[in-house]
Design a protein around this ligand. Structure first.
Ligand SMILES: Cc1cc2nc3c(=O)[nH]c(=O)nc-3n(C[C@H](O)[C@H](O)[C@H](O)COP(=O)(O)OP(=O)(O)OC[C@H]3O[C@@H](n4cnc5c(N)ncnc54)[C@H](O)[C@@H]3O)c2cc1C
Length: 553
């Protein structure tokens, strides 16, 4: 952790180096001794330290400086480092000003110049002040810090991306930290370019894209080879399993993910039905273990790269990325899963991220501590979300279309919901509206039998109402069902006894689409059993088919 700073300020170079010498002699092992030759320089240093998350423990500032008095300077930097102790260096004639400073700006002490001998006149005073500071100071965080508005979709997206990639960060809500708000207001683009992500090296990015963030934090975003045996698209359970097995069998494999590893499973607070974990495992833990395992076998993994298309140039399959780059492989497997369906009610779009969330935004739980929240949907993901949020929220209301939770929700979840005091289930309803200007305030629900409406107070609504497959990148290339799920193997419809669009003598292999060498596994595949274990199973089993295909090219 970075050492806290003692900042001394004097425009007289001789006095400044004398202070610096005496401070270094006594404090340099525990504190970083920094000097500034003018008030302007001191303000810049104080701002930079605030930006980096470094704490100033003590200011030692000369009163008589032509550019700005020491008192004025201390008043200016007080907001940036409110916990720092403030000491003024004065001549005898300034003692009246210093005494006023005790009331006006919370001056902690004034020291007469000269302070010789420091063992008697300087160190005892500063020791006391620094000990006092230590007992009150918050330990500074020297990792990545995100400063943004709590209810902004962009701030949410950046937090979600870092969580997905297991990158720890500290969140700073600028509505609660006025000095950080002031600091950001002066950046290029100011408060219109939130969030601002501060890095430990002192740099920052305003409103960064996933790709920019990934590059900055050192995630791999570019392929290292010109060519691969297999390109796996999507790092959910199916893609991770596929990449792991491919790499372990010696194939050159690249796994391309638009966000971070884990997929839908990554947002699960506890997966309780996955083999080998009797007390359950969080989705992010499972994803982290699987990524480490796949990397250990030599799988390359790209983060923050969205695949927008696939081209066939026999015998190659070319993958197009959103940033314009291309990746070539003999075989491609789509393990792109699916995401939640959108709710179509008036006014909902503008509240997206401002209290309205699709899926289970676990990272938002702390933001809604003590609030009322609604969960829309009756499947297992909704049940898990309700139980998770019940630990933070004052009350959780589950809104379902059906008359009761069973049988769509697993029995073990229903049993737990029934005994959780701060969860209520409202059956036979659908969401018909939302209310709130800059943040969700109320949810309007309509009774599906009587059409009568009622409003429910809620600061957040998490929508888990079904899903849509991520298969747009192969629209027009591979056969899909009417909902967009990808058809594979025996599920591909036949025309004149042959699979539709199929050109080879042999039939498509298991998990192979109607385009030879393009495979699909997991939730994106039509007919998949939408569970973590099933996705892992399909991703692993598809390697057998890919192997057979590679033997033919
Ligand atoms: C909240 C929640 C809780 C759940 N709990 C359980 C549970 O307890 N037990 C259970 O068995 N199942 C559970 N499930 C279901 C389970 O998570 C899924 O069945 C499983 O994750 C499917 O895995 P997948 O790899 O096929 O797809 P996904 O998990 O959906 O992963 C697909 C990945 O592909 C990426 N991707 C998509 N499009 C692109 C693109 N164009 N370019 C690059 N990358 C792309 C996505 O970002 C994503 O990471 C839960 C699901 C949810 C949402």
């Amino acid at each position: 952790m970075a050492r806290p700073v003692i900042l001394s300020v004097d425009d007289d170079p001789q006095v400044l180096s004398a202070i610096d010498r005496d401070l270094s002699r006594h404090y340099k092992h525990e504190y970083r001794i920094v000097k500034a030759g003018s008030p302007r320089e001191a303000i810049d240093v104080a701002r930079q330290l605030k930006q980096r998350g470094n704490a100033i423990a003590l200011f030692l500032v000369d009163q008589r400086m032509p550019e700005m008095t020491g008192m004025k300077l201390l008043a200016e930097v007080r907001e940036l480092h409110p916990e720092a102790r403030k000491v003024l260096l004065t001549a005898y004639a300034d003692t009246g000003v210093a005494i006023e400073g005790i009331n006006d700006i919370g001056l902690d002490h004034y020291l007469m110049k000269p302070w010789d001998p420091p063992d008697q006149k300087l160190y005892p005073v500063l020791d006391d002040l620094l000990n006092e500071w230590k007992s009150h100071a918050h330990i500074p965080y020297d990792g990545i810090r995100i400063a943004g508005a709590r209810f902004s979709p962009q701030s949410y997206a950046v937090r979600e991306f870092l969580s997905r990639n297991q990158v720890p960060y500290q969140w700073i809500d600028i509505d609660e930290d006025s000095s950080m708000r002031g600091l950001i207001a002066e950046f290029p683009g100011g408060l219109d370019r939130l969030p601002v992500v501060f890095f430990p090296d002192g740099s920052f990015l305003s409103a960064p894209s996933n790709l920019k963030l990934a590059e900055k934090i050192g995630l791999q975003t570019e392929a290292q080879r010109p060519f691969y045996d297999v390109a796996v698209i999507g790092a959910g359970p199916a893609g991770l399993a596929n990449a792991l097995y491919a790499a372990s069998e010696g194939m050159k494999v690249i796994l391309i993910e638009q966000s971070g590893p884990g997929g839908q499973a990554g947002s699960s607070s506890r997966i309780e039905n996955y083999l080998g974990f009797p007390s359950g495992i969080t989705g992010s833990d499972l994803a982290q273990r699987a990524s480490a395992q796949a990397r250990r076998f030599g799988a390359e993994m790209l983060a923050a790269q969205e695949v927008i298309g696939i081209r066939r140039e026999d015998p190659y399959r070319i993958v197009h990325l959103a940033d314009g780059k291309e990746i070539s492989a003999y075989a491609v497997i789509l393990t792109t899963g699916m995401s939640v369906r959108m709710l179509d009610v008036p006014g909902i779009e503008k509240l997206h991220g401002l209290g309205v969330y699709y899926g289970v935004a676990l990272s938002e739980a702390a933001a809604y501590r003590g609030c009322d929240v609604c969960i829309v949907g009756g499947a297992n993901s909704a049940g898990q979300a309700a139980l998770f949020f019940s630990r933070y929220a004052r009350h959780v209301t589950i809104l379902i279309h059906a008359p009761e939770l069973s049988p769509r929700m697993s029995h073990y979840l229903v049993q737990r919901i029934v005994v959780t005091e701060n969860i209520t289930v409202i059956p036979n309803v659908e969401v018909s509206g939302v209310k709130g200007e800059d943040h969700l305030k109320q949810v309007v629900v309509r009774d599906v039998n009587t059409a009568g409406e009622r409003t429910i107070d809620a600061s957040a609504m998490f929508i888990c109402i079904g899903t849509a497959p991520h298969s747009e990148m192969v629209a027009g290339l591979v056969e899909r069902d009417e909902k967009g799920f990808i058809l594979t193997g025996p599920d591909i419809p036949r025309v004149n006894g042959k699979p539709k669009g199929w050109t080879l003598e042999r039939d498509p292999l298991l998990f192979e689409t109607n385009i030879p060498g393009i495979f699909a596994a997991g939730d994106v595949r039509a007919g998949a059993n939408r569970r973590v274990a099933a996705a892992v199973g399909e991703g692993s089993a598809a390697i057998y088919s890919i192997h057979r295909y590679l033997n033919t090219v």
